[in-house]
Write a protein that binds this ligand. Structure first.
Ligand SMILES: [Zn+2]
Length: 719
């Protein structure tokens, strides 16, 4: 045997497997290959090659070397780094990295071109076609170029004067032009752009926080960093991560304006053939700017020089199932591996990022002014203890009055409520039974648009029944509490003349419909928009002057580590939608807790005071960013096996200084689809190698086949 190839397969296996390299295959590290595993053939990646001399165990040979692009060494290092960080199998991270490469390829196109042979019967129309057909093109394009019917082209093909070629369409990623003029920057933007350009020129790993109030023009600033990267090296690539990218077409348009070419997009809405083309073009270095969702971080960049994480505080950067990761943290790791610059941008940075900026790990670039002289909205609290809405209503008199004034001036209102559906809870008036999904601890949410009760956790849904399924009483089910659909109903009843719309992931059929609604709002075709957080991010509505937050306390009720921080971020973003242009904006927050630190900070627009208080609290408890957390979740349908496993695991916890293990406890969502769930919480000092601790601990107790164990490093959900 000549050489042994270690092949990492995209599966939850602990390590790469060894195979024999067949004579003449000439494998290289990063190559994609097909290898047998049991009876199956799988695509994997070569992660090691060594001399096979003296190896006496029979190895199965690599079946085939694929002609897809290889994974660059840095991408492979990143895959391993991400897996170790997440205490997960490297194959799980590899599966994300290979997703584009394994997407269905585009169908070949039928192109027509002149064969060089003269037609048997020349006519003026035929001559025009042959003149136009010097380059391959589609039959339709050729007929149009020569102003003939498709019959003329068919005739020439039959004659042999034209020939048909099948070609795989290549996505054309036009080269961006960094020399085009950028937007005019105000002094604070110009200073930040200059600092970023300096970072790029200096080269190597660098991290910066671009910290600017909503509407301060962060995008224009980081576009200058992208321009600097493109200008520095002809092969340099930039990656921009965005939350809710399918809806943020305005940002894509700004890239196009700035560089004269559209960036490649990477998100779940991209069709598989294009996905595959983007993947290949990124690996080949032909695609220089990618704007994408969190998984774009796993693309096989040939020469990545800059990563921008826009809205870095956004919760959607955390991938919660399958391979669990926080894309913002991994972006910094990837930049380190690539020796590239990373820019984290936000109006409401996460405490982790602020702490890194405060301690000097990240450069801290601040934008103080709103772009174009617009003012931040005036924020006031509505104390619901003093002015409660009428029973069965959710909008208080002061908010309704403000909506009436705004509507009277021909301006727009946004009512923000981060709760989908009509009512979050349906219960029986006769017996008190709460409607839940089968074998699951989650309430069913009523949706009036579809007339169904839906479980947002498992996706289970059923028509709303006439009779209580528990006691059989007729018409006894009542809807408790508001969702966006119910607030929309109330707004319509209060303002029957107004154009009222609702925007949540349920009421929008697809990304295209979402973009249309954002467009309609931006163009002033909607007077009042009732929306969940999908509308709170990044959009610019010039005529929006009132933001009403229906339930400002909602996010505080979960009571987890980040409840205050998340509420502050979400509401600051939502209220920041108002008055981004000439007209002054105001925001009204309905709350039962006007003295809560979050509400006071929002009202006073005093982020610093809020952050200082929150930091002090976290520091005294040793919580992130001052300590580290991880959750270990065990679940299983067999309650006895699960119980005995978590007991064994608890007893096996290594005794390590600076680490505390809490649990096992029933998870707040103790039952999902018939599987019981138990949780441990681990807190560790920053000096502890938390990943090593978790890996050691997990290995000490045998996991029964009926039990699934998930490790969530730096958890965001405590359910
Ligand atoms: Zn009942």
């Amino acid at each position: 045997m000549s050489r042994i190839a270690s092949i990492l397969l995209p599966l939850p296996l602990p390590e790469a497997f060894d195979y024999a390299e067949p004579e003449g295959m000439a494998l290289e590290l990063g190559d994609q290959v097909v290898a047998p595993l049991g009876p199956r053939l799988l695509v994997g990646v070569v992660t090691g090659l060594r001399d096979g001399a003296g190896h006496n165990r029979a190895l199965r040979p690599v079946a085939e070397r694929r002609d897809s692009s290889s994974l660059p060494a840095n991408t492979l290092s990143f895959v391993h780094w991400a897996a170790r960080y997440g205490v997960d199998a490297p194959g799980q991270a590899l599966a994300i990295a290979l997703r584009g490469s394994r997407a269905a390829p585009p169908r070949p196109e039928r192109l027509i071109v002149a064969s060089g042979a003269a037609p048997a019967r020349p006519t003026p129309a035929r001559a025009r076609v042959l003149a136009a057909a010097s380059q391959p093109m589609s039959a339709g394009a050729l007929a149009q170029a020569a102003a003939v019917s498709s019959g003329v082209i068919r005739g020439l093909i039959e004659d042999g004067a034209l020939e048909v070629r099948l070609a795989t369409p290549s996505a054309r990623f036009a080269p961006p032009d960094p020399a085009r003029p950028g937007a005019a920057l105000n002094p604070s933007q110009a200073a930040a752009a200059q600092a970023l350009r300096g970072m790029i020129t200096e080269g190597g790993f660098q991290a910066a926080l671009l910290d600017g109030v909503t509407g301060s023009g962060k995008t224009e600033v980081y576009l200058e960093a992208v321009a600097a990267v493109l200008a520095a090296e002809p092969t340099a690539q930039a990656l921009i991560l965005l939350p809710e990218i399918a809806l943020t077409q305005a940002v894509i348009a700004r890239f196009e304006q700035r560089f004269g070419a559209a960036p490649a997009e990477w998100h779940s809405g991209i069709a598989p053939p294009l996905r595959r083309q983007v993947w290949e073009a990124v690996a080949a270095g032909e695609c220089r700017i990618v704007v994408g969702a969190r998984s774009a971080l796993f693309l096989p960049f040939a020469n990545l020089r800059l990563i921008v994480v826009d809205e870095e505080h956004d919760g959607s950067y955390k991938q919660e199932d399958g391979f669990i990761y926080q894309a913002r943290d991994l972006a910094v790791a990837r930049a380190k591996i690539e020796g590239a610059a990373v820019v984290l941008a936000s109006a409401t940075p996460s405490l982790e990022t602020l702490w890194n900026a405060e301690t000097g790990r990240y450069r801290w670039l601040k934008l103080s002014d709103r772009h174009g002289g617009a003012q931040l909205p005036r924020v006031s609290l509505i104390d619901l203890r003093e002015t409660p809405p009428e029973p069965g209503r959710w909008l208080s008199a002061p908010l309704v009055e403000a909506m009436a004034e705004t509507y009277g001036r021909g301006e727009q209102s946004l009512l923000f409520l981060n709760r989908r559906g009509y009512a979050p809870l349906v219960l029986c008036r006769a017996c008190g039974e709460r409607m839940t999904a089968p074998n699951t601890d989650s309430w069913l949410v009523e949706h009036r648009y579809t007339g169904r009760l839906v479980c947002h956790l498992t996706g289970f849904s059923m028509p709303k029944p006439d009779h209580c399924p528990h006691c059989g009483a007729k018409d006894s089910l009542v809807s408790i509490g508001p969702g966006v659909e119910r607030v929309e109903e109330e707004a319509r009843a209060l303002f029957p003349e107004a154009r009222v719309a609702v925007f949540s992931s349920d009421t929008i059929a697809d990304a295209e419909a979402g973009r249309r609604m954002i467009q309609a709002m931006a163009e002033g075709q909607i007077d009042m928009l009732v929306a969940t957080q999908v509308a709170a991010k990044g959009h610019n509505f010039p005529n929006l002057t009132l933001v009403g937050v229906v339930d400002a306390d909602l996010g505080l009720r979960g009571g987890d580590l980040r409840a205050g921080e998340r509420t502050y971020q979400l509401l600051a973003q939502a209220t920041g939608r108002a008055g981004r242009h000439e007209r002054a904006g105001r925001a009204l927050l309905q709350t039962y807790a006007p003295d809560h630190a979050v509400m006071r900070a929002l009202q006073g627009q005093d982020r610093d005071a809020f952050v200082a208080a929150e930091m002090a609290e976290r520091e005294s408890a040793g919580l992130p960013p001052f300590g580290r957390l991880a959750a270990v979740i065990a679940s299983g349908a067999d309650a006895v096996a699960l119980e005995s496993y978590v007991r064994a695991l608890a007893a096996a916890a290594p005794n390590a200084p600076g680490v505390e293990v809490y649990g096992p406890a029933d998870a707040p969502l103790g039952l999902i689809r018939g599987r019981r769930r138990k949780r441990f919480l681990v807190r560790a000092d920053r000096s502890v190698d938390l990943q090593a601790f978790l890996a050691t601990w997990r290995a000490r107790a045998r996991i029964p086949s009926s039990v699934r164990v998930t490790i969530d490093v730096d958890p965001y959900s405590f359910l």
